[in-house]
Design a protein around this ligand. Sequence first.
Ligand code: SF4
Ligand code: SF4
Length: 308
Amino acid sequence: MTKKFLGKLHHVDPWETLAKGPREAMASLWEKYLSEVLEASAKSQRLQKLRRSLEKAADYPKIFQDWNDLPVEERARVWQQLIAAAKEQAESARDACVRCGECCERSSPTLLAADLPLFQQEVLTWNEVYTLRAGEQVTDREGKPAVLKEERLKIREVPGSRQCWFYLAATGSCRIYDQRPEQCRRQQCWGEPAPPPRVEELLNRRSLLGQVSEVWDIIEAHEARCASSIILEALEEVAAGRAESGDLLFEALHFDHYLRQMLQRDWGLSQEAAEMLLGRPLPEFLGQHGITPVLNAEGVFELSPRKE
Ligand code: SF4
Ligand code: SF4
């Protein structure tokens, strides 16, 4: 078993290195020690953030700069100074989010019923959230493809990435940190990962909009024609040679498309808000199943043959 280096000078090898080695050797021991005491991998953004603030507070750049010219006793003194600063930092950051942004860059949160007040306070609007309907293909927490058994509402991602919409990469900060969703609050990268939310905790369109009859009627009318289960069944039927099910697919595609247009034109909603109300456009859903609907110049969808 490899012996842990705990940053103490009486360990023969590290001490020899610290007493006689150049600044690069000291820096490498420092990095190893930090990873141990801060309980994070050297590459994690959490460690990098803690490291930046502690090195600034402990005057590390100057220690590094002067190291080669320091006598042994002075090396021992400044090393102990670094160790004390690291321990203090580790203690103050124990079991706490240090806002490094690593989890925000990896994915956006799924909303829970506990997040409902964020809509009432207008921290979240329909423009920042989208709906993943039951039956949609997604990537699970381990990065494997999965099919959703129940609906979810999620914060949008920055286009072309998995980064949360509210994360500002330039400043490494969350725009709504003090009012961040419940799932962000449950993140604990420093320990065992938080268990996934229970199904009954998930926020869905019914709990958000079920009381707004004008909106809910639209959602129900859309589900009645375009629910994933209906579309998947029609696809199976078409694949089995029952061409009449193709009519149902066409009807659903046109209903989905023109309903979104109506919401944008008559209700003044953005495309994003329509996605929150109706889920992702049906052509995207069909695309997950190897079908590419294309709207022709007459405003009619054409389907390319199913790819096996
Ligand atoms: S919870 Fe997320 S933002 Fe907070 S320290 Fe961990 S990875 Fe960074
Ligand atoms: S809401 Fe804020 S804390 Fe939560 S993932 Fe997005 S940027 Fe990070």
